[in-house]
Design a protein around this ligand. Structure first.
Ligand code: AZC
Length: 811
């Protein structure tokens, strides 16, 4: 379809009339948004159909990315970009006196994820479609996404995220493709034709109704599918049996309880919930997803024994690890395969990514609860466990009870999901070099020793289409003008920018773009927070989930140190800085919530202290999420990536910031290390203990935070301020922070790294004062960021793990 401005104008007007019964001059922004999306669907659907037809016709191997979270953000503009009509659309709208940015505002973020893991899934979807991987997402259509955060009196308060309040124009409900998921009941074992048969009975059925969203590839006419399932009560259960028995109200209660399965996303990003409803959600996802894959597979008319030649299932952390027993169940109970055949297929179909070494995130299920909710699945896991333990005994660990019980899938009345995921898959990967090494050396060492060939690294990446082309259009324009557009299909070509690192004219333009982005962000801050910030100050930004290991506290302590120094000595020399924070705390994570309160309390005090003459401003932006990140990141000078080393598996925010020209202030943790290797030591500012020093100190148990308190007057002052009446908060309110650092010996080494952090911050300041140097660093960061595109990551998954042949001009 050829598109031009006039045609788009005509189509929008027509669309408004025929679909919304309204003329353009009366149309609201919401009307325009719907008209525009419906118009785009005309362009998208044609290619969606073609893509699906081609997949079936060519029997191309398909990959299904199973994830409990997809943090997609807004889709309108990103789809316009990928279709390739953003610019003409923007012009067409302008001629109709409509501002595309205002229309975009109307769209609600699709926030069905907590943080890194969910956003990674979204970037992968974009990259798969764009580099030509036949890959689809499989998840849950939560009625409520991650809670909306408001700051009230300095505290985080949670509100439901009503993202479906208005109709979601991108999804198509496919009721006719619904499948049944079974919970509870019992399993009767019978013998038939000399074989055991397992009859699941007295169960409760839930209907999993798919909603499909097209995933549009970048200017390549490919459209993949994100399939999210919603839970509905089965009509016959709901309508007839209960109603006819006069149980009218009970029938509604029943319906409500069934639908609660897809009601809400669990809001903890690295904490396992251990709850019955969460287990239901996890099984609901895998059972619905695999049944629906089975249907597609049948269309190919290939022998079931070859299933894994045509299908790859990737599980995003252990949350969908029940894919292992569920695929076994379907192959044995429904396709009538024997155990060995089913196991061969399963273990060659499933691959698994680990996203954290934090032990509190490791999923474990209580056996009793599990058994009563999923009796047949429990039997299968038990059998997998028995066979696995027997194999260990017979091969490597004869007589070694300890080793076998450490590695078992079921032990101490718990089912360990990570063990299930490793045993049942052919590939286990970490998400950055250090993280993968730690998995091999420590967390999963037993499994690495046993299955060394299964382990591999796939360093995370981000979609440069969303995090550069969409969020920073002016920088994109400058890049295109300078080195052409090749980099869009092969982002490592951004290296061509390095030639201009010392070119004063280019440096000036980079500076101007950053400056404009800072002005834009300042306006947002004025509007949302009522705080005036100076775009001439250093924008020093720390946005991510609130977590002790991410050490927002370390940042706060440095600010308190600066503030104390300025109060003591008004001539204390600092370059004006704006410290910007954003991030949500899990609703049950007390300490994280207190840190939010501390940031806001400090902000009030500092921002209103006329003695420091606006040299420091502190802003906490509420409700950090994908769209806000798109406004914040392009405006950053400094990117704070300061987790306690070994704790952040990778980080992906770090990559977004560098791609937008911020300088990373980093510990040697996660992908910060890979960033350092990409930009070179002189283009990043590193501080703090490294992995080796950290582990030594940690293991020796010789760290004593009290000593630092006693010996460093800066720390003593700050910590005393937390306890005393320095902040006008309720008495003892902030002492939980004091206690964690002093009484509980500072688990995340905030005090330990403080001195080194202060020095690194001083270094940042000096570098910033040296304008050509800073601009050069900024250019080197942008130019070196291509390797962190998720196109590269997905290419590595596709060829290295999923064994796909890609026919793509670039990759
Ligand atoms: C996160 C990691 O904490 C983060 O370092 C990584 O970049 C991201 O995954 C993507 O790989 N983990 C999570 O969000 N959640 C869990 C359960 O690990």
């Amino acid at each position: 379809m050829r598109l031009n401005k006039d045609r788009i104008k005509r189509d929008i007007i027509k669309e408004l009339q025929t679909e919304r019964a309204i003329n353009i001059d009366e149309a609201s922004k919401l009307d325009i948004y719907y008209a525009l999306s419906s118009l785009m669907k005309n362009y998208i659907y044609e290619n969606w159909l073609k893509t699906n037809r081609q997949y079936i016709r060519n029997s191309e191997k398909q990959v299904y990315y199973f994830s409990m979270e997809f943090l997609m953000g807004k889709l309108l503009v990103s789809n316009l970009i990928n279709i390739g009509i953003k610019d003409i659309c923007q012009e067409a709208l302008k001629e109709l006196n409509i501002d595309l940015n205002e229309i975009e505002e109307i769209e609600k973020d699709q926030g069905l994820g907590n943080g890194g893991l969910g956003r990674l899934a979204a970037c992968f979807m974009d990259s798969m479609a764009s580099i030509g991987v036949p890959g689809h997402g499989c998840g849950i259509r939560y009625s409520y996404g991650l809670f909306e955060q408001k700051i009230v009196d300095g505290y985080q308060v949670e509100f439901p995220d009503k993202w479906l309040q208005n109709e979601n124009p991108w999804e198509i409900k496919r009721k006719e493709k619904s499948v049944k998921v079974k919970f509870g009941g019992n399993v009767r074992v019978i013998e038939e034709d000399g074989r055991l048969k397992f009859i699941h009975e007295n169960y409760e059925s839930v209907l999993a109704v798919p909603y499909d969203t097209p995933l549009v590839g970048y200017k390549n006419k490919r459209v993949n599918t994100l399939r999210l399932f919603s839970a509905e009560a089965m009509e016959q259960d709901f309508d007839f049996s209960n109603f006819s028995r006069g149980k009218y109200i009970e029938a509604f209660e029943y319906k409500h309880s069934i639908e609660s399965i897809s009601q809400v996303l669990y809001p903890d990003d690295a904490l396992e919930a251990g709850r019955n409803l969460r287990l239901k959600q996890e099984y609901f996802l895998v059972s619905a997803g695999i049944q629906s894959i089975m249907r597609t597979f049948k269309k190919l008319k290939k022998p079931i024994e070859d299933f894994h030649e045509y299908i790859a299932i990737h599980i995003n952390d252990t949350h969908p690890a029940l894919a292992v027993p569920e695929l076994m169940r379907i192959l044995m109970d429904e396709e009538n395969l024997g155990w060995d055949e089913a196991w061969n297929i399963t273990a060659n179909t499933i691959s698994y990514t680990n996203h954290t070494i934090m032990s509190e995130a490791l999923e474990k299920w209580d056996v009793e609860m599990f058994k009563s909710l999923l009796p047949r699945i429990y039997m299968i896991i038990s059998e997998i466990n028995e066979r696995f333990c027997r194999e260990l005994w017979n091969t490597k660990y004869y007589g070694d009870f300890d080793k076998i019980s450490q590695m078992a899938i079921i032990a101490h009345n718990q089912i360990r999901m990570a063990h299930l995921a490793i045993v049942g898959s052919y590939s286990v990967n970490g998400v950055a070099k250090l993280h993968t090494e730690l998995l091999k050396k420590q967390e999963l060492k037993d499994f690495y020793d046993y299955y060394p060939y299964r382990f591999n690294n796939k360093t995370n990446g981000i979609s440069h289409r969303r995090w550069l082309i969409k969020s920073n259009p002016k920088l994109t324009e400058l890049i295109n003008e300078t080195i052409g557009r090749d980099w869009i299909n092969l982002p490592t070509k951004l290296r061509k920018l390095l030639k201009y690192r010392n070119d004063p004219a280019f440096q000036e333009r980079i500076y101007q773009i950053k400056q404009n982005n800072k002005i834009k962000l300042s306006n947002i801050i004025r509007e949302k927070n009522g705080i005036d910030v100076d775009p001439g100050s250093i924008f020093d930004i720390h946005v991510k989930r609130l977590h002790e290991y991410k050490r927002q506290l370390l940042n706060v302590f440095h600010i308190m140190y600066l503030y104390n120094s300025l109060r003591e000595n008004p001539h204390f020399d600092i370059y004006p800085r704006t410290f910007i924070f954003g991030g949500k705390a899990a609703p049950s994570y007390n300490m994280a919530k207190q840190i939010i309160k501390l940031i806001n309390t400090l902000a009030d005090k500092v921002n209103n202290d006329s003695r420091i003459k606006d040299k420091i401003k502190i802003v906490f932006m509420e409700n950090y999420g994908v769209s806000l990140a798109e406004d914040i990141i392009p405006a950053a000078n400094v990117s704070q990536q300061i987790s306690t080393t070994t704790k952040e598996a990778s980080g992906t925010g770090n990559m977004k910031f560098m791609m937008n020209g911020a300088i990373t202030l980093a510990t040697l943790d996660g992908a910060n290390i890979d960033i350092k290797n990409a930009v070179g030591e002189e283009n990043i500012v590193v501080f703090g203990l490294n992995e080796k020093e950290f582990l030594e100190l940690y293991r020796s148990g010789s760290y004593n935070s009290m000593e630092l308190y006693n010996n460093d007057i800066r720390l003593k002052t700050i910590l005393n301020q937390l306890k005393g009446g320095f902040f006008s908060v309720k008495k003892d309110e902030l002492s939980i922070i004091y206690d964690s650092l002093i009484k509980h010996n500072d688990e995340f080494f905030v005090l330990k790294d403080f001195d080194s952090y202060v020095k690194a911050q001083k270094k940042i300041e000096n570098l910033y004062r040296n304008k050509p140097k800073w601009r050069e660093m900024s250019i080197v960061n942008i130019g070196s960021s291509g390797v962190f595109s998720s196109d590269r990551t997905v290419y590595e998954y596709a060829t290295g793990i999923w064994k796909m042949n890609l026919h793509n001009g670039y990759y």
